[in-house]
Ligand binder design. Structure first.
Ligand code: ZN
Length: 416
């Protein structure tokens, strides 16, 4: 059996500590690595020498301020230590980004999705072609791509290899690991999009809490990310007992709100999304029967018109947003009842109507025992959701790549 012995495990953990400090704080000197990780100077020397030898980290020189004295030597992840490709699938396009091991964006392009051709076969062929193209454009050899990280709205299997249900492909599953193993040796994962948003927000909040008053302030414990738009997504980022960030994406959008909310895009009746997704708001505003099959895609211009008439005092339009807010508020109060109190960060295209949703949202929250006990959660709005999704891809994959490097640097020995 292959297993790691005590000293090898310690070496692996120390190596992971050094790589994670460089990831978290940027380029660091030998002294700073030692201070940030708590490792002895000799241990840091051994690890950095080893990681330099295998081209995982490199040195850069920083001139001292005022230009006098010897330059400082800083260590950082080497850009050519490996590459990752992030793929963001949305209802109208697919975005491809090529990133190096140091976290630098090298190339990016978007391809419009063809709504006339449904089904996964056409999409899968396009995905394979685009992935090959983005690596070839930058002259990156396929074996240097260590990870392909894909995100979509919808439900992902617990192993992160299949998209089980999505607003884009319905119940047609896509096994990305199987599909891409034809062309790539890279580690392939698929994540729910709002999970990545929660990952990025959680990482940022955790770092900020660490830096205020040198960690003497309140520690980061957790947050909820709520994404509003055609779909409703929710991600939760929490610190576990060991202090690691644990991120999940419960199926909030398709959690039961109430049957009167009508037919949902997923085929069920009364989901949160059936009331609070764009098509749900449109259906209420125009008093369309609730069993009407939901529109696949509601143009933003159409939603803006409903919002304008709600702001002008039109009764049904205002009511539609208020009902949507109520579904979100009640849903959130249920989620918060299952956890400790956490702040809520709202993102997505639907934030442009936040003024119209807020009254219902507050009302929905106020009805719960949890909120009566602890008060309402702090709610903030963050506009740039796409950037957060990208940062979430990077946070997750680069950390995993570092851990894989550390595991390789402490090879498992044969035991009986
Ligand atoms: Zn549903």
């Amino acid at each position: 059996m292959l297993t790691k012995s005590g000293p090898e495990l310690v070496r692996q953990q120390n190596c992971a500590l050094v790589l994670s400090a460089l990831r978290r704080f940027g380029p660091l000197s030998h002294t700073d690595i030692s201070a940030r990780t708590g490792l002895a100077s000799a241990t840091v020397s051994a690890i950095t020498a080893d990681l330099e030898k295998v081209n995982v980290i490199g040195r850069m020189e920083q001139q001292p301020q005022g230009g006098r004295g010897r330059p400082r030597v800083l260590f950082r992840q080497r850009r050519d230590g490996g590459f990752l490709i992030a793929v963001r699938i949305s209802s109208d396009m697919v975005q491809y980004s090529l990133v190096d091991y140091a976290g630098t964006l090298i190339d990016r392009f978007e391809e419009a999705r063809n709504h006339a051709i449904s089904g996964t076969a056409h999409f899968s062929a396009g995905l394979r072609a685009a992935l090959s193209r983005i690596a070839a454009r930058s002259g990156v050899a396929p074996e240097k791509v260590l990870a392909i990280s894909i995100s979509s709205k919808g439900t992902v299997d617990p192993d992160g290899r299949c998209l089980i249900w999505s607003p884009v492909f319905g119940r047609e599953r896509i096994d990305f690991v199987e599909l891409l193993s034809l062309d790539w040796q890279a580690k392939v994962t698929v994540s729910n999009e709002t999970l990545l948003v929660a990952q990025a927000l959680g990482q940022k909040a955790d770092r900020a809490a660490d830096e205020t008053a040198a960690g003497a302030g309140p520690r980061f414990r957790g947050l909820v990310a709520l994404s509003l738009g055609h779909s409703i997504g929710l991600g939760i980022a929490r610190k576990d007992r060991a202090g690691a960030l644990e991120v999940t994406a419960p199926n909030f959008g398709h959690m039961l709100h109430r049957a009167e909310a009508g037919l949902c895009r997923c085929g069920a009746i009364g989901c949160v999304e059936a009331a609070a997704g764009f098509y749900g708001i449109l259906r209420t505003a125009f008093e369309v029967p609730p069993d009407t099959i939901p529109a696949k895609f509601v143009p933003l211009a159409e939603m803006d018109k409903i919002a304008a008439s709600a702001r002008a005092g039109h009764r049904m339009a205002g009511y539609a947003f208020r009902q949507a807010g109520l579904a979100l508020g009640q849903g959130l109060s249920r989620v918060l009842s299952l956890y400790d109190p956490m702040p809520v960060v709202v993102t997505g295209q639907g934030t442009r109507y936040f003024d119209l949703l807020q009254r219902g949202l507050d009302e929905g929250l106020a009805q719960s025992h949890q909120v009566r006990l602890y008060g309402p959660p702090a709610i903030s709005v963050v506009l740039d959701e796409q950037r957060l999704v990208f940062e979430g891809h990077l946070d997750r994959v680069l950390t995993e790549m570092d851990q894989d490097v550390a595991a390789l640097r402490a090879p498992a020995g044969e035991t009986e």
